[in-house]
Design a protein around this ligand. Structure first.
Ligand code: SAM
Length: 221
């Protein structure tokens, strides 16, 4: 076992499993994906700590526990097609790609999208497509999706994302103010949607047509 593998194993045991994440597929994916490769060289020593970390351009790679919690809450299955909004470093993308058939990920900052795309390809993920754009409007050409994961905080649930969810589909999205949100889990049924509000969280703002305005403090109208 390498030093990073040992650190990753401890992360899974102490930060993830002992906090209540029990899905063996999710735990297995968290054991396999090399989180240290998704951060800059000078942050690698901190890659398996219990924190988000900077990935540049004012954005972050999410806290490992939050990645595991969001992933478990949408129950990705081997045949699922997944939409991720907010590629960032590509770490959550890789976790989803370990568990589902296809992952479509949208990132609004071109530099981050290109970097994540290159890394995911070097790591051998052939079931991932990364696009530059406003993911608050979804990815209509590839809809419907079985799972949608939004890794940025929204003022409310974007209507296009609910529309692009198939029947039986699950959506995880932090909803609240620009500074604090609650994780919302939405399930689309034949007769409407069921919504459960979960844990409090802090994500960078979802900026876009169905998110916040660029400065992050007002609703986009
Ligand atoms: N899941 C990512 C990871 O593991 O690295 C964390 C992503 S970070 C918390 C949120 C990302 O959402 C940022 O990279 C940000 O640029 C992106 N973002 C914000 N608004 C967006 C939008 N409307 N469409 C696509 N990406 C967006």
């Amino acid at each position: 076992m390498t030093r990073y593998e040992r650190q990753r194993h401890r992360m899974v045991e102490y930060q993830i499993r002992r906090r209540g994440i029990r899905d063996p597929r999710v735990l297995g994916a968290m054991e396999r994906v090399p989180r240290h490769q998704f951060v800059a060289a000078d942050l690698r020593e901190h890659a398996y700590e219990d924190n988000p970390l900077s990935i540049g351009r004012g954005q972050t790679i999410s806290q490992p526990y939050m990645v595991a919690l969001m992933t478990e809450s949408v129950v990705p299955r081997p045949d699922d097609r997944v939409l991720e909004v907010g590629t960032g470093s590509g770490y959550q993308t890789a976790i989803l790609a370990e568990l589902a058939r296809e992952v479509y990920s949208v990132e609004k900052i071109p530099e981050l999208a290109e970097r994540a795309k290159g890394l995911l390809s070097r790591l051998g993920y052939e079931n991932v497509w990364v696009r530059i754009g406003d993911g608050s409007t979804g990815w209509v050409e590839e809809a419907p999706f079985d799972v949608i994961v939004v890794t940025a905080g929204a003022p409310e649930i974007p209507a296009p994302l609910v529309e692009q969810l198939g029947v039986g589909g699950r959506l995880a999205i932090p909803v609240g103010s620009a500074y604090h949100q609650v994780l919302n889990i939405v399930r689309k049924e034949r007769d409407g949607i069921r919504k459960v509000e979960g844990t409090g969280c802090v994500f960078v703002p979802l900026i876009g047509t169905f998110g916040w305005k660029e400065k992050g403090s007002e609703r986009h109208s």
